[in-house]
Every structure is written in structure tokens, then in C-alpha cells.
Ligand binder design. Sequence first.
Ligand SMILES: [Fe+2]
Ligand SMILES: [Fe+2]
Length: 225
Amino acid sequence: MSPLASPPVCFVTGVTREAAVRPVQHRLKDEQSEALAQLLQILCCGEESAVFAFQRLAGRDSLLQESQQQLLRIAREEEGHELLLCGLRAGLPAPPKDLGLQARLRRFFLSLESRDAGIHFARLAALDSAVCKILGELQSARGYVRGQPQISQIFGRIHREEANHVHTALVLGQEFLNRGKFLQEMESTRLRLSALLMQRADAFEGMAVDPDRLAHKLTQLPKLS
Ligand SMILES: [Fe+2]
Ligand SMILES: [Fe+2]
């Protein structure tokens, strides 16, 4: 697939892709490449929506200017993730079109926004920490990503930055929402995400990730202060 053939999956963020995207080299077998390409549909949709989510949160008047700057920096990192995954997609086969899943993903990500900043932060904390768990499983000693240096490097960087986003969302969000409600929002977001991910259970298995183990890990929420 050429870089030009990696259009946005769910949302057009305005990130300039063509100049920045370099197809990632790997030695995955065909069936592993196909599995990873399917999983990237979900991950990319999440990254695209995250760009908007953090930009919108940064625009809230109720936040300190310092926090707004922090959120804008995160939005730029999300753009970087989108580009990195775009390069990865460019080196993989095009996944089969699944308009139904794409519509469900789009609805899910759009539904995370809330007028209440605390709720929005709680949902983003649940989401970004789930990305950490997914990337952790994909990069585990059992997984096929481990032997692919360029893919490992990309996932490693996204993993580290997402962990930082989670920390920021937890710190800022808890100023707006009490602990019980924060946990409740994270839990329901994880449940909905998990149901979507399990629709791609075969693709996880194709990358040597046990979907049941992943689903169990997704029931574990980040610790609140
Ligand atoms: Fe991200
Ligand atoms: Fe993030």
C-alpha cells in the first residue's frame, strides 16, 4: 500500500500525512500483517478522535492556562501517533472494509465527549490506559510484534506517551469529578470499548494476543489518587 493510500479511518483531523508518512519495514508473515492491519483500524480511529478530544478540552475556559497548554501538547502528540500508525498502515495490506464496525467505532468515540469536563477526562483516562494495555499485550514476549524493531519502536513510543496522557487526565479530571463518579465513567467506557475490541478477537489471536486475557486486563482500571 502506498502512503497516499492510508486515508483517515474515522475522522479527518487535518494532519498532513503524505509528506511525513514513511512505510514501516517489517518481516511479519502475510496472515500476521492482515491481522495487524485490522487492529490498526481500531487504533487509528482512536488516535484520530483523540486529536479532537484533547483540542476541545484545551479550549475549556474552566481550565488554567497551564493546563490548556498541556492539553494542546497532548493533542499534538496524538497527531504524531496518527502519523506513526499511518506509516505502519502504509506497510501493511489494506484490511477488508467493515463499514458496520467503522460506524460503531465512530459512534463510540463521538459519544465520549461530555459537557462535564470531569466526565470527559475520566473517559479519556479509561481509553488511553486501555491503549497502554493493548500495546502492552501486542509487545509482550509471546506476541509477534516483539521481533519487529520498527513496529516495536512505534508502539513503545505511543505506549510511553499514552501513559503520560493518562496521568494528566487523572490529575486534571479529578478536580472536576468525585472519585465514585470518576471510577464509574472509566468502568463504563472500558466495558463499551472491550465489547468493540472483541469484535476483532480473531485479529488479536492472529497477532498472538489472547483476547480473553486482554478483556480481563481491561477490567483493571488506573489507580486514582
Ligand atoms: Fe494516542
Ligand atoms: Fe492519548
